[in-house]
Write a protein that binds this ligand. Sequence first.
Ligand code: CAP
Ligand code: MG
Length: 405
Amino acid sequence: MADLIATYYYRPRADTTPEYAAQALAEEETTGTWTDISTTTEYVRRLDGVVESVEPHGNGFLTRIRYPAEIFEPGNIPQYLSVFAGNLFGLGRLDSVRLLDIELPDSLVAPFPGPRLGMEGVRRLVGTTDRPHVGTIIKPKVGLTPKDTAAVAYQAAVGGVDLIKDDETLTDQAFCPLADRVTEVMGMLDKARSETGRRVLYAVNISTRPDRILERAQVALDNGANMLMIDVLTTGFDAIRALAEDPSVQVPLHIHRTMHAAMTRNPEHGIAMRPFARLVRMVGGDQLHTGTASGKMGHVPVEEIVGDNESLTCKCYGLKSVFPVSSGGLHPGKVAAEIAGLGTNIVLQAGGGIHGHPDGTAAGARAMRQAVDAAMEGIAAEEYAKDHPELALAIKKWGSSAART
Ligand code: CAP
Ligand code: MG
């Protein structure tokens, strides 16, 4: 397949047939416009978008549009997005339209680096083979000093997390300068490692203007960072690419997707997570948030998240896998539901679900690890909690159910 196929769900305007609407979409994104024009010379026709199919689906229709590969500038993601995720969302002929997925030809993926470490590389760094990783987010989201941030990180590390991350709104504010934060946190993680023997990754949020992302990454790395975090939708796909392609950046990249729900949440209109997941894998993210089976932002069906995660881990384009991250409203009582829904190749992250534990952060981390151990051994959490007090206290506070938060 040499061309790019995009799949859309859509509802045509009342006065428009589904076929006409699909054709209007294909023309708008390739060689046409709202009316016929006299300037389209015959040789341009090779770039026409083609409606491959239209079929009823739910309240509307599905269409697959073939975009000739030649219309794309290889390696230029802003231009790719302008084609398959551009003007079409505003077309009046469609009452609603949602980009569901993109199938790219090898020629349009080849220019991209893909993940440097990938899921397998992150597992090797931490020393795991098949269990889910447990992560936490420093909470409160913003406000702590570097030293207090490090103190929270230390408690999470000795409690057993594999990963600690900044929250999506913490970057390099005056109340917690990035360089100081990295120095303090890494110092405390070294202390934890001397006591536990375990390496814990700390994803420092370096999100900033793309032309300064490498400079900020260097500041983090110079202060000992062993992982970098980028908010992909607010920072840009090519900021990740710049890091993945730079030989001085040899640490894994944790990709947060804040702002995604403005596009992914509405099942009738917007952009599903899957196209974003495919682009993040291409530009080199090693881990990516894709949602929870049972958490607080549960607006996407679990089977859709499973498919999104498969787009991160499938053997395709010769790219390494990306570690899917399940995060948002999770706590130890939800671990079994997450694993049942999303499997074990997952990073289970809990912020409030660790720092809100009645006995504090370290106990919250222990409770998460105990919940993972229970699920991996096929033992119900309530049963396992009978001789694991930290898990018992978490279940007493938050319960243990698959019901979304
Ligand atoms: C979770 C979180 C994450 C969201 C991201 C938050 O904290 O730190 O950013 O989960 O959502 O700020 O809400 P809690 P997604 O564990 O305390 O909920 O992964 O869907 O992008
Ligand atoms: Mg957050």
